[in-house]
Each structure stands twice: as C-alpha cells, then as structure tokens.
Write a protein that binds this ligand. Structure first.
Ligand SMILES: Nc1ncnc2c1ncn2[C@@H]1O[C@H](COP(=O)(O)OP(=O)(O)OP(=O)(O)O)[C@@H](O)[C@H]1O
Length: 361
C-alpha cells in the first residue's frame, strides 16, 4: 500500500477515551479515500495525525514505503510532503490567484514555477482567473484555488478536511464531482474528510466509516451499502430500520435453503453467498426504504404515519399491524393520505442481518 496506517491511536488527554482508536487502512497510489462519520468521531484528528499536526499515541503511518510516524520516529509535517486543504480557504487576500499558488513552490526556478502555476490553474479550470484577487472570486472558485495551491508542489498525499462545508448544497454536489475529476487527472492520492454521505460516494474510491474513534469499515460504497460490517454502518449509510426476524430452513424440491421470516413476509431466493453468512434462529434484519415495494395486491397492509415528498417519489413511514415501523420509497403518483392503509411487500436484493437485539413485542 502507498499510504498505510497500522493500529493508529491518538489520545488528547489520559483521562479521555482515545480520539482515534487503533485505526488501520491502506490506499494505493492514485486512490481517493474518504473518512466519514458523525461529529466528534475522530475524522479530523486522524487527518491531522497523518499530516503530523497531532502526536500519535500508538501505531504506524507509512507513505510511499517511508515510515512517517511510528517505531519511535515522527517526521515533522514539513518533511512529509503532504498537502492540505481546509474548509476555510485561507488564501492570502493581498495576493492574486497566481501568487497565491506560487507561494508554496517558491524554491522552484521562476520559469518552472510559472509553468507549474499555469498547469494547476488549467487543471482546476481557472486559467482565465490567474490575476484576480480572492475577493473577486466565488466561494467555489476560491476553494478551487486552494486546491490548485495544494497540488502545485506535487505532494505525495493530499489531505482535505471538509473543504466544501462553507458552500451551499447545490454547489457542494457539483464541486464533489469536479474534485474527483481533478484529483484523478492530477494522479493524486488523497484522503478526504466529510460527514456528508453523498459527497463521500461522489468522491471516494474507498470510504471509511468512523464512530467513537474506531474505523468500523473501510470499503467501496457498494460494499458499505450492501454489506455493512456493523450495525452502526448499516444505520449510518442509507438509513434503514432493523426489524426482528428469523432465519429458517426451507425445503424446495428436495433442496434445503435458508429463508428469512419477517413481519412483512418470507424472503426467499437469497443469494448463496448471503445464505452462507446467515445463522439459523432469531436475528434483526435491515430493511431500507428501497427494500419495500408498494403493492396493492399484497396481503401485508401498513398504515402511513408520515410522508415526505422527494420529487419523483415519496418517502413513506409506515406502521405494520404488528407495531413495527418501516420506510418505503414510493413513486410520487401514488399520493396517499397519512392514516391510509396500503399494501406492501419486501423486495430485498441484499439481505443484511445482525444478531438479535430488537425487543420482542
Ligand atoms: N485539541 C483537542 N483537545 C482535546 N480533545 C479534542 C481536541 N480536538 C478534538 N478533541 C476531541 O477528540 C474527539 C474527536 O474529534 P475530531 O475533531 O477529530 O472529530 P470529527 O469527527 O472531525 O468531528 P467534526 O465532524 O465535528 O469535525 C472529540 O471527542 C473531540 O472532542
């Protein structure tokens, strides 16, 4: 691995729990990793520890085969060859765009420096704005200058801490796509911190979900969504509800399969690799809004207790006769009233279960 963390821990105070608790993951050269998790889970601390701005308590960080922290050694930040972009753009207001970018590469000969400034400005799509001052740029443009400035010295690793959090939602989504394109064009290896899932999915090759200092899972977006390693990841990524269920054996033409009995009906046809992971007996099954289909012909009826309009669909919160609550995405031409009963059935492509915890009714 190009960037590798092994059992990295950071502690601010002896009396407090670890802010980063034995975190391990790796990134290959040119990959973009994203750390995501709720406020206070340790994302920023982890990023700062990688940059060398926070002392580590245990573990090892290596970059490009060099140990930058660990084994009794800690390279100072300026020797780690990492670039950082923060949420406040921190551009120098009295310098124009090209001078802001040239600032970090002043050791290069003048000709080379100018060429490099032009290169990164082209990369971030601001070649026309080289002589504007920061206050003459929009927030999104300023953040692209900050990115160009961080890329100019060709860092071995680029660290980005919520760089879009001061920008409005529409712009953030567009910039997230742009950022990925720019980083890939630059061939940069990067680690990005956010608490926004859509941003994480738009940017990351690999995404790490953190909670209370621990890394619960480090995987691609598809795996996080369909094979969450822990309940926390299942809950945090793509919101769902857990419902008490039972895994049972089912005989079909002499072949025995596992199926799951849920309050919404039985789930058959479970993929073999998922069957292998299911243990017989009680469990909690994750049911996401996408797993529940509105079907007038279904015997299972649920009462609409809440609904939210989402443009092309409604997100209905539904209560079953048994008292459980589930969510369902329903096309918005099915506009039912709150209190109305509708037919639903489960259509679960990826069965996700955890050990039983939900109280039995
Ligand atoms: N300088 C500090 N001194 C003591 N404790 C700190 C310090 N900085 C952060 N912490 C604590 O360490 C934990 C992790 O904080 P951190 O800022 O890394 O979380 P985060 O996931 O980046 O949160 P956010 O999304 O709100 O920025 C929190 O409990 C926080 O209170």
């Amino acid at each position: 691995m190009y960037l590798e963390l092994q059992d990295l821990s950071v502690r601010y105070l002896a009396s407090r729990p670890l802010a980063v608790d034995s975190v391990s993951f790796g990134l290959r050269a040119g990959e973009i990793g994203v750390l995501i998790g709720p406020s206070g889970c340790g994302k920023t601390t982890l990023l700062r520890a990688i940059a060398g701005l926070e002392a580590t308590h245990a573990g090892k960080i290596s970059l490009g085969g060099v140990t930058v922290s660990g084994e009794g050694n800690a390279l100072p930040p300026e020797h780690r060859q990492m670039g950082m972009v923060f949420q406040d753009y921190a551009l120098f207001p009295h310098m124009d765009v090209s001078k802001n970018i040239a600032f970090g590469i002043h050791s290069l000969p003048a000709g080379e420096r100018q060429a490099r400034v032009q290169d990164v400005l082209r990369l971030v799509g601001l070649a026309e704005h080289a002589h504007r001052y920061p206050h003459e740029l929009s927030g999104g443009q300023q953040q692209r200058v900050a990115l160009a400035r961080a890329l100019a010295p060709q860092p071995k690793l680029l660290l980005l801490d919520e760089p879009f959090s001061n920008l409005d939602v529409d712009l953030r989504e567009r910039l997230a796509q742009e950022l990925r394109t720019i980083l890939k064009a630059a061939g940069a290896t990067a680690l990005f911190v956010t608490h926004d899932q859509l941003e994480a999915f738009a940017i990351g090759d690999l995404i790490g979900v953190m909670h209370q200092g621990q890394l619960h899972q480090w995987a691609d977006a598809y795996t996080l969504y369909h094979r969450p390693a822990t309940r926390f990841v299942a809950d945090f990524i793509g919101h769902g509800v857990f419902t008490a269920a039972r895994v049972e054996l089912h005989d079909e033409n002499g072949v025995t399969h596992k199926h799951v009995v849920t309050p919404l009906g039985e789930l058959h046809g479970i993929h073999q690799h998922e069957q292998d992971r299911l243990s017989l007996g009680p469990c909690d099954i994750l049911l996401r809004a996408d797993d529940i289909v509105h079907d007038d012909a279904s015997e299972v009826q649920a009462r609409i207790v809440n609904k939210a309009f989402r443009g092309n669909e409604f997100l209905y919160t539904l209560e079953l006769r048994t008292g459980e609550t589930v969510m369902a995405h329903v096309p918005s031409h099915h506009d039912h009233r709150i209190g109305e009963w509708i037919g639903i059935r489960p259509e679960v492509d990826h069965v996700v279960t955890f050990a039983s915890e939900t109280p039995k009714g």
